[in-house]
Design a protein around this ligand. Structure first.
Ligand SMILES: [Zn+2]
Ligand SMILES: [Zn+2]
Length: 339
């Protein structure tokens, strides 16, 4: 089969590799795989691959080819692939918080061979059936950014009537806008261009603050206060992850507000505790998601409340171009590899 492997020097190359054998897991014939910003962290060496010629791709959907007897899905079923393989025995796994597993088997595209391949191997328990109304490409993207924002939204307790700032209108930010809206919140998007701000508003944001090229964060707290009758926001969903954006987030919150950290860079955050204490600011962090969050994201999409913005579809042979365009920040929403 064909697969895109990471080769030494930070390049992805499409090569012929042996097909995996099920060996007690399931085999899925790939139909779509999302190309995520995380891929660039591998190319740049920020995340080391587990071994040479590793197959990347952690956002996958396809058709079941083979499953062990007694599985909930069968050959021919359309599925999204939940990419995190927990131990299934520890307390986090048993309470539906698999991404905090104490002894994980691994994660597709991070430590287990990923979705940029004709055939994907995964435990049958990781296969989530797809309704006909949810396309493979939508499902693939929900299997990363969609489920992650559902997870963060749940942890932060985003609810009816809350004001939520979403900082960073990339693929994840566009999902965050819609999930907060679905939870009943009013959303203010912070975007680095008019185009992205308009896209956020077209997906349900009530207002967009545009900081061209990401400049002008020092003025953001005043602009958020002006849009919230002076109160500040209830939640600030941080997807950019620089010290400047994190501080702007803290300062844009109202009393008892929550800073919800999903994105990060190499930056540290230096803030005096008093700045948090005086307003009883809470810091909520969120890593990946549970299978249940993926199911919720798929349900929201089937109900027409979570729309995935696909920029361009590529065959696997052109994955290099998809990655280059992502690196150049020329992608609106997600690039998806399709079969
Ligand atoms: Zn991803
Ligand atoms: Zn576990």
């Amino acid at each position: 089969m064909k697969a895109a492997v990471l080769v030494d020097g930070g390049e992805v190359r499409v090569e012929e590799v042996p097909e995996p054998r099920a060996d007690g897991w399931a085999l899925v014939e790939a139909r779509a795989a999302g190309v995520c910003g995380t891929e660039l962290h591998f190319l740049e060496g920020m995340i080391p691959p587990p071994h040479e010629r590793f197959v990347l791709g952690h956002e996958s959907a396809g058709v079941v080819r083979e499953v062990p007897e007694g599985s909930a899905v069968g050959p021919g079923d359309r599925v999204a692939v939940y990419n995190f393989v927990g131990c299934g025995r520890c307390a986090p796994c048993r309470t539906g918080r698999e991404s905090l597993c104490l002894d994980p088997v691994g994660q597709l595209g991070f430590s287990l061979p990923g979705g940029f391949a004709d055939v994907v191997r995964v435990p049958a328990a990781n296969l989530v059936p797809l309704p006909d109304s949810v396309s493979f490409e939508t499902a693939a993207v929900l299997a990363c950014s969609g489920m992650s924002v559902v997870h963060a939204s749940r942890l932060a307790g985003i609810g009816l009537g809350d004001t939520v700032v979403v900082d960073g209108i990339g693929g994840v930010g566009l999902m965050a806008v819609q999930v907060a809206r679905a939870a009943g919140a009013r959303v203010i998007a912070v975007a680095d261009s008019d185009e992205r701000g308009e896209l956020a508003c077209s997906l349900g944001a009530a207002a967009a603050v545009v900081l061209p090229g990401g400049e002008g964060y020092e003025g953001l707290p005043d602009r958020v206060r002006a849009l919230t009758g002076g109160a500040g926001a209830d939640h600030y969903v941080e997807l950019v992850g620089t010290e400047q954006t994190l501080l702007a987030g803290i300062r844009s919150l109202g009393r008892g507000g929550k800073l919800v950290i999903i994105g990060y860079t190499g930056d540290h955050l230096n803030v005096h505790p008093v700045e948090l204490i005086l307003s009883e600011i809470q810091v909520v962090t969120s890593v990946a998601a549970s299978r249940r969050d993926l199911e919720a994201a798929i349900d929201l999409s089937a109900a027409g409340r979570l729309h995935v913005t696909v920029d361009t579809r590529y065959p696997l042979s052109e994955i290099g171009t998809a990655l280059e365009r992502l690196r150049a920040r020329r992608v609106k929403g997600r690039n998806v590899v399709v079969w």
